[in-house]
Write a protein that binds this ligand. Structure first.
Ligand code: UDP
Length: 466
């Protein structure tokens, strides 16, 4: 029986790499062979994946010393869409050439991340079917459709001072203008983002679009997208819940194959084991956002004054060294790590709240483990996710307006961890977790995706229906 290969192309950002590699692992478990074509910068570790995953790097023109920040992430995406066209084309041609000689194998399609939209035309030129994978929520992608109108009406750039900030965006309720992913970006970044969004909207992959979401969370947005798109929309998620456990890991350290680009510090799990149930606030701004030194000090005071226990991720590249004042304030009730095994942390019974920047992966992970959030979006789609968590699902406190000052932090942490409001949110979060678990059992979207991939070449495949 011929093997059937999928080529997946993620961008070099943790929040995009993780869901793409989870998707690849799920499709591998369905019987497909996987090639991961990736940039040299921030490349994944092949030893974390099944032996028969193939990893092929391509030239990206980014320097090794490049550090990601909210300010440069859009520019880097733009650069990748220019620099990588020829290297990816050459790489696909090479794989196709090798394939011609190998009767045992057939390339079925290329699955690329929405940030790497250049891949669509490259693959089309080579007659390869394509699937677009959008790693933000469906509601965020839907919001891109409002950008041309905003521009025509002269509302861009959309800033704190804009008169429409608090108004609902027609067709996107309950999103307000201030919840849109381009809010507070500055003129040049807004311009780049609007152009990128226009390209994203114009790309029409041949086989459909995958979202890392589930009907239960975003039914209305998904329906609107189905009406707008005339191709398949596959809500397959939350991916971390569908990813089969790693068969390679012997130490049982991870619930699923780790997709982390940084080394996870498991000592914090030992620390969590010693804490009371629901007593710890987990604090993390994901892989790109960060607080400056003044903010770190204020956060440390606020956390210490709240008298709650906390586990706090401070990534080393975001600060020369953690101020002594912060370390000493954390000593009694807290624990600081450089990078945590986040899914294990959120699954831990000691964790009672998550102060989050509301990246889509973190948001999904939090709701799937029944942990309520302090929602403090920093940029982009995080605003949309924070609005969903706080206003639609009501499992998060909206901290998007919160000044980072010690009194404000202390108040918000107490509200989350010890108030009635926090307790009710925790109860709602647990109910939501249970409903998601029920929803995940329905694998119709995944089965439909597998079917669409196979039908693209009408190739018979030995599919595993587990
Ligand atoms: N993450 C992690 N350890 C940390 C912080 C984050 O493993 O200490 C993971 C987290 O589980 C999530 C990803 O990094 O899967 C961050 O993605 P998200 O979309 O939440 O935010 P981004 O980093 O893209 O802003």
């Amino acid at each position: 029986m011929a093997k059937h290969r999928l080529i997946v192309i993620p961008p070099p950002f943790q929040g995009h790499m993780t869901p793409m590699l989870q998707l690849a692992t799920i499709l591998h478990s369905k019987g497909f062979s996987i090639t991961v074509a990736h940039t040299n910068f921030n490349s994944p570790d092949p030893t974390n994946y099944p032996d028969d995953f193939t990893f092929l790097p391509f030239y990206d023109g980014l320097s090794d010393s490049c550090t990601l920040s909210p300010k440069n992430v859009i520019q880097i995406s733009k650069t990748l869409n220019i620099n990588c066209v020829t290297p990816v084309k050459e790489l696909l041609l090479r794989i196709m050439d090798e394939n011609k000689e190998n009767q045992e194998e057939k390339i079925l399609c290329v699955i690329y991340d929405g940030l790497m939209h250049f891949v669509d035309s490259v693959a089309r030129e080579l007659n390869l079917p394509t699937i677009l994978f959008r790693t933000t929520c469906a509601t965020n992608f839907l919001s891109y459709h409002s950008l041309p109108t905003l521009q025509t009406n002269g509302y861009l750039p959309l800033q704190d001072s804009s008169c429409v900030c608090m108004e609902m965006v027609e067709g996107l309720e309950p999103l307000r203008y201030r919840d849109l992913p381009i809010f507070n970006m500055g003129e040049s970044a807004t311009d780049t983002m609007v152009k990128q969004a226009a390209i994203s909207l114009s790309v029409k992959p041949s086989l459909g679009v995958i979202f890392n979401t589930i009907e239960f969370l975003e039914a209305s947005s998904l329906q609107k997208l189905r009406n707008l798109y005339k191709i398949g929309v596959f809500p397959i998620g939350p991916l971390h819940m569908l990813t089969p456990p790693s068969s390679q890991k012997q130490d049982n350290s991870s619930m699923t194959t780790t997709t982390s680009l940084m080394k996870e510090d498991y000592s914090c799990i030992t620390w969590l084991n010693e804490q009371e149930p629901g007593s710890v606030l987990y604090v993390s701004l994901g892989s790109i956002a960060s607080w400056n030194e003044r903010e770190l000090i204020e956060v440390a005071h606020g956390l210490a004054n709240s008298e709650q226990r906390f586990l706090w991720v401070i990534r080393p590249e975001t600060i020369k060294s953690i101020p002594e004042e912060v370390k000493s304030l954390a000593r009694e009730k807290g624990r600081i790590v450089k990078w945590a095994p986040q899914r294990e942390v959120l699954a831990h019974s000691a964790v009672g709240g998550f102060w989050s920047h509301c990246g889509w992966n973190s948001t999904l992970e939090s709701v799937c483990f029944g942990v309520p959030m302090m929602c403090q979006p920093c940029f982009g789609d995080q605003r949309v996710n924070a609005r969903l968590a706080s206003h639609v699902w009501k499992v998060g406190i909206d901290c998007s307006e919160m000044r980072i000052g010690r009194e404000e932090v202390e108040g918000a942490v107490r509200r989350m961890m010890v108030s009635w409001e926090g307790k009710e949110m925790r109860e709602r979060a647990v109910l939501m977790k249970d409903k998601i678990r029920v929803g995940v059992r329905d694998q119709d979207a995944l089965n439909a995706l597998v079917h669409a991939i196979i039908m693209s070449t009408c190739a018979p495949l030995n599919i595993h229906n587990s």
